[in-house]
Design a protein around this ligand. Structure first.
Ligand code: WT7
Length: 566
């Protein structure tokens, strides 16, 4: 039967215990993840080591040692406390990948706040939903993005402070405060908030099939899982130069763009510039990147430029390559072996799991197209949809399920305990994805078990798109589904029935597309709009998205009576 559902519970608790010892309470009973990511590294004698090198889109660079990181994050923590901010207050970070984003992430946590990172490309509607739900008290942003906050500020009574980074002498509005690290007194020592390991730390919003986006709430002790997986799944060691291409507006950019690497005392490089293969290879060559964590969509874009582009650069520093966010197709793994002389190792996890749970870890034989096996300490399996019991037949598809209790597991959905509880069945946490396990214990991803659209590794909720579509003057009703795309795996397609008085036209299509891009984000913007007279519905009036989706994927839909009960 192979090792389906391997790693028994005894082994699992043993592993996490070991890591707790390694991360034992710091000075005076300190258990604050920001302390482990900066001050502890300094206390261990590595204050002069580079924590990160940042490079902007014009090629400009900034460098911060661990000592700099410690002082700068203290300074931000003090700045927040000085404004009367309290532990548990939600502080949103709404910025491009500038140094202040990374530093304030630690600063908020040192003050005891709950940090709420949001993707800077979000438009005002996407932003509003998430700030309203979290009752966010303060937000860090830049001049580039402050307009979006201004447009919704009146509707956000809890939002007391808007800190505008590097505003210079630009005119600010009431309740906005110019913030510059260089412009406030530096704080060498700060009385870091002594968090309970179970104290809330990070709040990441993620999309589901129904309702508004949900805030997955993490705790300080998540660091145990992020630390250990960064060390053993990403294989980062103190001598590495590590590059995580993800934006901290999403969970990969915090768990493995901040917490995992810095708690391991590694030097990371950050590129705040758009994608181009040439720029990326140049960056790897220039900084001698050794460990590279990226996403399948990026790999497929690199593949488009072929191995001839790779050959123009010296990428011999690369030692270990890992991918996350969407299915890593076998062709991409095989191409990477040809192009870089090593395969991409897949890793599977979610905003809710906080850390990698299934992966090809170093030393494992990679089966191209498989996600690998459960990380030691994680009990993972696939369960039968009806019986909710683990499937023991190799190759049979079921729902990916995890035994609850790993350290980085989300502790609730903010304001939505009911939805949180609905994710647990028969003592399993149900991830919402389908997969099978082969006779050797390798997991093979099949697809999502809901209507959420995964575009370029980013989840987009159909409900959020449909709600925004309804705000457009021409739209009577709509459905948003994922349609296949060679690079992004899926892109958004909208089916729209127009209000009377409106006729389908290229102009209306463009106007709807732009409307969504502006309100939500470029990711949520439909790449195609199909105008229809009406949408297929169940007897109770619910739109049958799955029928529309199946058509896009050329799948047989078969008996639609089951869909009616959805
Ligand atoms: C969803 C989670 C994990 C951090 C970034 C995304 C899909 C994730 C893989 C993979 C196939 C994957 C799943 C999952 N996904 N990794 N290796 N192979 N699918 O976090 O936004 O919460 O998305 O991304 O559907 O449930 P997220």
């Amino acid at each position: 039967m192979g090792n389906i559902g391997n790693y028994d519970e005894k082994y699992s608790s043993f592993r996490w215990k070991m890591s707790e010892q390694e991360l034992s309470y710091g000075k005076d009973g300190m258990f604050n993840l920001a302390y482990y990511c900066s001050d502890l590294i300094c206390e261990r004698g590595h204050g002069d080591k580079l924590a990160f090198l940042w490079q902007g889109f014009k090629g400009e660079k900034k460098e911060y040692t661990y000592h700099d990181l410690s002082v700068a994050s203290n300074t931000i923590a003090q700045y927040l406390a000085g404004h009367g901010m309290k532990p548990q207050d939600r502080v949103c970070l709404f910025m491009d990948k500038i140094p202040e984003l990374y530093i304030s992430f630690l600063g908020v946590l040192k003050m005891g706040g709950i940090v709420q990172p949001l993707f800077s490309a979000f438009g005002e509607d996407a932003l509003f939903t998430r700030l309203e739900d979290a009752q966010t008290r303060a937000i860090f942003t830049t001049m580039k993005h402050v307009r979006k906050i201004r447009r919704i500020r009146d509707k956000l009574p809890d939002l007391q402070f808007v800190f505008v980074v590097n505003a210079g002498d630009k005119k600010l509005e009431k309740g906005e405060y110019a913030f510059s690290l260089a412009g406030i007194p530096r704080v060498d020592t700060f009385d870091i908030y002594k968090a309970d390991p179970e104290a809330p730390s990070v709040l990441h919003y993620t999309s589901g099939t129904t309702g508004k986006p949900k805030g997955a709430q993490h705790v300080h002790s998540s660091i145990i899982a992020q630390h250990v997986t960064a060390r053993w799944a990403l294989d980062i060691t103190p001598d590495d130069i590590y590059w995580c291409t993800a934006d901290p507006g999403w969970v990969t950019g915090t768990s493995y763009g901040i917490i995992g690497p810095w708690s391991n005392g590694v030097t990371q490089v950050i590129l705040d510039a758009g994608f181009s293969s040439e720029k990326w290879y140049q960056f790897i060559q220039q900084h001698k990147v050794t460990v590279w964590y990226t996403a399948p969509t990026a790999i497929r874009l690199l593949m488009k430029d072929g191995t001839s582009m790779v050959e123009k650069f010296d990428l011999s520093s690369l030692r270990h390559l890992i991918s996350v966010g969407e299915p890593l197709n076998a062709e991409a793994v095989i191409w990477s072996e040809k192009a870089f002389g090593k395969p991409f190792y897949d890793s599977y996890w979610q905003t809710e799991t906080g850390a990698i749970v299934i992966t090809n870890f170093p030393g494992m034989k990679v089966k191209p197209g498989s996600m690998g096996k459960p990380f030691p300490g994680i009990t993972a399996t696939v369960i039968d949809e009806k019986t909710l019991e683990p499937i023991t037949t190799p190759g049979r598809v079921g729902l990916i399920a995890l035994k609850p209790g790993w350290p980085s597991m989300f502790r609730t959905y903010w304001n939505n305990k009911e939805m949180y509880d609905s994710k647990f069945k028969n003592n399993w946490y149900i991830c919402g994805d389908r997969a099978s396990i082969d006779q050797d214990g390798y997991f093979w991803f099949v697809g999502r078990d809901d209507d959420v659209i995964n575009t370029g590794g980013h989840l987009v909720g159909p409900f959020e798109i449909e709600s925004a579509l309804l705000e457009h003057e021409a739209v009577a009703e709509s459905a948003a589904v994922g349609k296949p795309d060679p690079v992004n795996m899926e892109v958004v397609k909208a089916f729209v029935a127009l209000k009377s008085g409106f006729q389908p036209s290229a102009d209306v299509e463009l106007s709807i597309m732009n409307f969504i891009r502006k309100k939500l984000s470029p990711l949520a913007m439909p790449q195609e709009i199909e105008f229809v007279d009406s949408l297929p519905k169940t007897r109770s009036g619910k739109i049958m998205r799955r029928l529309l989706r199946a058509k896009e994927w050329g799948e047989e839909i078969g008996d639609t009576s089951t869909l009616e009960n959805d």
